[in-house]
Design a protein around this ligand. Structure first.
Ligand SMILES: Cc1cc2nc3c(=O)[nH]c(=O)nc-3n(C[C@H](O)[C@H](O)[C@H](O)COP(=O)(O)O)c2cc1C
Length: 185
C-alpha cells in the first residue's frame, strides 16, 4: 500500500494558535511515520454561517471532496466553553447537508490543545459524539494536550506526556484501520 494520505484539519484559524502548533507537531510525526499529510485550512473555504436558505456554496463541495480524497483525517481543535468552536461545527453542518462520504470514508482521529491543564476533553467528547452521529469511525485514542506552553520543544515537537505517547498511539491506530479497510475494499 502507498503512503496513507492523512488530512490535518485545524479548527483554529488564528496565526498564533496553539492548536496550529499541535497540528504542525502531528504533521512532523506523520512524515516520520511514512504518511503523506494534507493540510486542510478551513480559512481557505470561507464558509458562511449555515443558514437553511443559503444556496449550497461551492466551497462546501470542495471541502467534502478534499477530505474524501484522504485515507484519514485528524481534527485538531480548541475547546470553547466546554464545546466545539463554531468554525468546526459550521463545517460539519454545512458538509453534512451535501454528503457523508467524507465522514464514512476516511478514518478519523481527534486532538485538542489548551493553555490550561484540562486538554480539551469536553470538546473531544462532544466532537466524538457528533462524528458518530454522521457515521464516522473515530479511533479510540484521542490526543489531549494541556499546559500548551510547556508541551512543545524548541523545534515544535510534542514532548509532554502522556500527550506524546497518545499521539503515537493514535497515529498507529489510524494506520492500522486504514490498512485493514483497504484490505477488505
Ligand atoms: C470563547 C472562548 C471560550 C473558551 N473556552 C475554553 C474552555 O472551555 N476550555 C479551555 O480549556 N479553554 C477555553 N478557552 C481558551 C482557549 O483554549 C485558548 O484561547 C486557546 O488558545 C484557543 O486555541 P488556539 O490558540 O488554537 O486558537 C476559550 C477561549 C475562548 C475564546
Amino acid at each position: 500500500m502507498s503512503a496513507p494520505k492523512i488530512a490535518l484539519l485545524c479548527a483554529s484559524l488564528r496565526q498564533g494558535s496553539i492548536n496550529k502548533k499541535l497540528e504542525s507537531a502531528l504533521e512532523k510525526r506523520l512524515v516520520a511515520d511514512g504518511a503523506e499529510p494534507v493540510l486542510i485550512d478551513l480559512g481557505d473555504y470561507d464558509l458562511p454561517l449555515y443558514h437553511g436558505e443559503i444556496e449550497l456554496p461551492h466551497s462546501v463541495k470542495r471541502l467534502v471532496l478534499d477530505l474524501t480524497a484522504c485515507d484519514g483525517v485528524i481534527v485538531v481543535t480548541p475547546e470553547y466553553n466546554g464545546g466545539l468552536p463554531p468554525v468546526l461545527k459550521n463545517a460539519i453542518d454545512w458538509t453534512s447537508t451535501f454528503s457523508t462520504d467524507h465522514f464514512t470514508g476516511p478514518v478519523w482521529g481527534l486532538a485538542s490543545c489548551t493553555p490550561g491543564p484540562m486538554s480539551g476533553i469536553m470538546c473531544l467528547r462532544q466532537l466524538n459524539y457528533i462524528l458518530m452521529r454522521v457515521g464516522t469511525e473515530v479511533v479510540p485514542t484521542q490526543v489531549g494536550v494541556g499546559n500548551a506552553i510547556t508541551a512543545f520543544d524548541e523545534e515544535g515537537h510534542l514532548v509532554s506526556e502522556p500527550s506524546s505517547s497518545l499521539a503515537e498511539k493514535m497515529i498507529a491506530s489510524l494506520f492500522l484501520r486504514i490498512k485493514q479497510k483497504a484490505a477488505i475494499e
